[in-house]
Design a protein around this ligand. Sequence first.
Ligand code: HBI
Ligand code: FE
Length: 291
Amino acid sequence: MSADGVTLAPPPGARPDWTIDQGWEHYAQAEHDVWITLYERQVKLLEGRACDPFLRGLDSLDLHRTGIPDFARINEELMRLTGWTVVAVPGLVPDEVFFDHLANRRFPAGQFIRKPEQLDYLQEPDIFHDVFGHVPMLTDPTFADYMQAYGKGGQRAMSLGRLHNLARLYWYTVEFGLMESPQGLRIYGAGIVSSYAESVFALDDPSPNRIGFDLERVMRTPYRIDDFQQVYFVVPALQTLLDVTTHTDFAPLYDRLATAADIPIAAIEPSDRVFTRGTQAYADAGGRTAA
Ligand code: HBI
Ligand code: FE
């Protein structure tokens, strides 16, 4: 449902749940080549940067073999591992549709791939972001349960008018999350692992803050969709995400959030566990617009 309470109808050719056929046989070789270019660049970079569950998931799904992966093929393995499937959608879908898929262990993935001149940045999630970025983590049983719990929580947050708070949880975990490991910080967020530049920035750049994950803290922190993040939140383990969603009573939390002020995006709070106190030099210099 959009803000005015009207549910958008699916576009022509899409089913009532907004899914479409992937039409894998219709991809042009040039489109497969975009996938292969992106894939090879990321795989080299992510060894020692992405967390182990991501790298293991990438291996077990064998996402490289065919260029753009055929959902029918990866779904066999994904279903066997965690009971999830990937379904094709035309692009962004309404929140309620998105949550209904997640709550039923279906991940809606864009069917299209970016153009060769958009390798580094695009606004709407394409198949590379959605499948390379999100699907490997869905092979991890703990993360798979977290994503389903998020879908169920989304349905509830919508009915309570707190979706903007819950969306921040998705953003700072599923999309831009970092995790501790014995060898240092590792990436699990799909928005990072699917981006060449942010896979470096998120771990190595002195600009952003890196702060220990805390549910309420995250839900009070706005985010930016148009540039590298100014703050990343670090979980000790994926189990933290699942514990937090299953052991938190969200009703009193949402009550508190209704009166709590947002925390400025680059602020460090006295109660924060600080991994990196960022310089914010990148954002202060104007970010992408200055580059
Ligand atoms: N649709 N295809 C798609 N992918 C998303 O990540 C997505 C969406 N619709 C809504 C949405 N995300 C977010 O608004 C929620 O996570 C809050
Ligand atoms: Fe995403």
